[in-house]
Design a protein around this ligand. Structure first.
Ligand code: UDP
Ligand code: MN
Length: 351
């Protein structure tokens, strides 16, 4: 149906790579419309490639908008990416959509999701009474969008991201209607592979969607094009079952890299294979996993110097300190960490 769409989001060229792999996997498995929301930080050449894979590439700029999203961002600058994700509710040309994180890949047709109601999602592997917001069925509505922004402004998000906010908003998900619980195979988190290996061995073959949840994304790994395997160190648990990671890279090298080369996003295939470091992730977004590390760090600092008051911040800080502060959620959105400065850094980095 024309009024159904799969929707994703990419706020920079790294996540755009994820969106391209996801889009390509959707193209193979559905004939529904594919929509990607992007922000102005995504490069022109990357947009042209996204155009090849997606039916609609829509630029959303929360900073520029004069609506309630902008106001919410002024109140809660830490929710930048989250508020951008909430823009998916404004796609009212569709009656029903499935949102998918840019770090997911579709392995089979999942159009039966459109028979589900808002808000349908799979349990989060870390806290199964919360749903994971990497894959969810929703109904675009300006009213819902505004209510979500209101909640964001009033309360913020308990995990600092969209998942906390959405779980607070759709708070009866855990108990009210089992039809809104998607089977786990619609959002199989890569971390569940090692946290419950026997279940993965029993049911993993039925997976419909894989989600590379967590700090390190597929595009952060190094891939050996000759052996067609992902490299990592021995402690990398995800590599105990690298099938899905290799699958991501398979799609990336066979279907995406040629497009990126053709449109000048990467100079040649060899350069394209060089993985980006985690810098982009930590610069642009604090994910739940980063937050967990913060908590551990805060606790260990507390036990060392519980009685000491925190020293006042120095007037100007080194880039290392700035990055540390960013990771602790102290973002100087109007100054050093403004979108303009981040974009400059990313541009320089990507070149
Ligand atoms: N995202 C983005 N830019 C960012 C961070 C996140 O575009 O800097 C989007 C992207 O679609 C991503 C989603 O928001 O998949 C949720 O973030 P992420 O997947 O990193 O969170 P996790 O699933 O690891 O909790
Ligand atoms: Mn994700």
């Amino acid at each position: 149906m024309a009024d159904h769409a799969y929707v994703t989001l990419a706020t920079n060229d790294s996540y755009a790579k994820g969106a391209l792999v996801l889009g390509s996997s959707l193209q193979k498995n559905t004939s529904k419309k594919l929509v990607v929301l992007i922000t102005p930080q995504v490069s022109e050449s990357m947009r042209r490639v996204l155009d090849k894979v997606y039916d609609v590439v829509r630029v959303v700029d929360v900073l520029d908008s004069e609506d309630s999203a902008h106001l919410a961002l002024m109140e809660r600058p830490e929710l930048g990416v989250t508020l951008t994700k909430l823009h998916c509710w404004t796609l009212t040309e569709y009656t029903k959509c499935v949102f998918m994180d840019a770090d997911t890949v579709v392995l089979q047709n999942i159009d039966d999701l459109f028979e589900r109601e808002e808000l349908s999602a799979a349990p989060d592997p870390g806290w199964p009474d919360c749903f994971n917001s990497g894959v969810f069925v929703y109904r675009p509505s300006i009213e819902t969008h505004n209510q979500l922004l209101q909640l964001a402004t009033d309360q913020g998000s308990f995990d600092g991201g969209d998942q906390g906010l959405l779980n607070s908003f759709f708070s009866t998900w855990a108990t009210k209607d089992i039809h809104k619980h998607l089977p786990f195979i619609y959002n199989l988190s890569s971390i569940s592979i090692y946290s419950y290996l026997p279940a993965f061995k029993a049911f993993g073959a039925d997976a419909k969607v894989v989600h590379f949840l967590g700090k390190v994304k597929p595009w952060n790994y190094t891939y050996d094009g000759k052996t067609r395997t992902v490299k990592g160190d021995a402690h990398d648990q995800i590599l105990t079952h690298p099938e899905f990671l290799n699958l991501w890279w398979d799609i990336y090298t066979s279907r995406i890299l040629p497009l990126l080369t053709e449109h000048g996003v990467v100079k040649d295939v060899a350069t394209g294979l060089k993985a980006l470091s985690g810098l982009v992730c930590s610069l642009a977004y604090s994910c739940r996993f980063c937050k967990e590390e913060e908590v551990t760090e805060a606790v260990s600092q507390m036990s060392i110097g519980a009685a000491e008051a925190a020293p006042p911040p120095p007037p100007s800080v080194s880039s290392e300190e700035r990055r540390e502060r960013w990771e602790q959620g102290q973002v100087d959105y109007m100054g050093a960490d403004s979108y303009e400065n981040i974009k400059k850094k990313l541009d320089a980095y990507l070149q």
